[in-house]
Design a protein around this ligand. Sequence first.
Ligand SMILES: [Zn+2]
Ligand SMILES: [Zn+2]
Length: 94
Amino acid sequence: MAICDVCGNEYDKSFEIRRGPVTYTFDCFECAIHRLAPQCAHCACRVIGHGVESEGQIYCCANCARKQGVTDVADRGDGPSGLGEIGRAAGQGL
Ligand SMILES: [Zn+2]
Ligand SMILES: [Zn+2]
């Protein structure tokens, strides 16, 4: 049994996440995301995947990065090469 650092719930299926020297205890992933996931510098949503990092800022997607003035980023699907990636992936599924 351990107590969640975020909501205080004491739960037998709690778990720990260690980041650097600090160990956190959570009762669920939602609480872990609330405490640890970075926020997009443009839309403020929680970044729980890889996100996009540029000049020390983290964005949820290339679109948000571009809206903050970052020009050298692209999501899959942006531009001709991205469309090619999607086409190949779809072809493999058939
Ligand atoms: Zn919790
Ligand atoms: Zn965003």
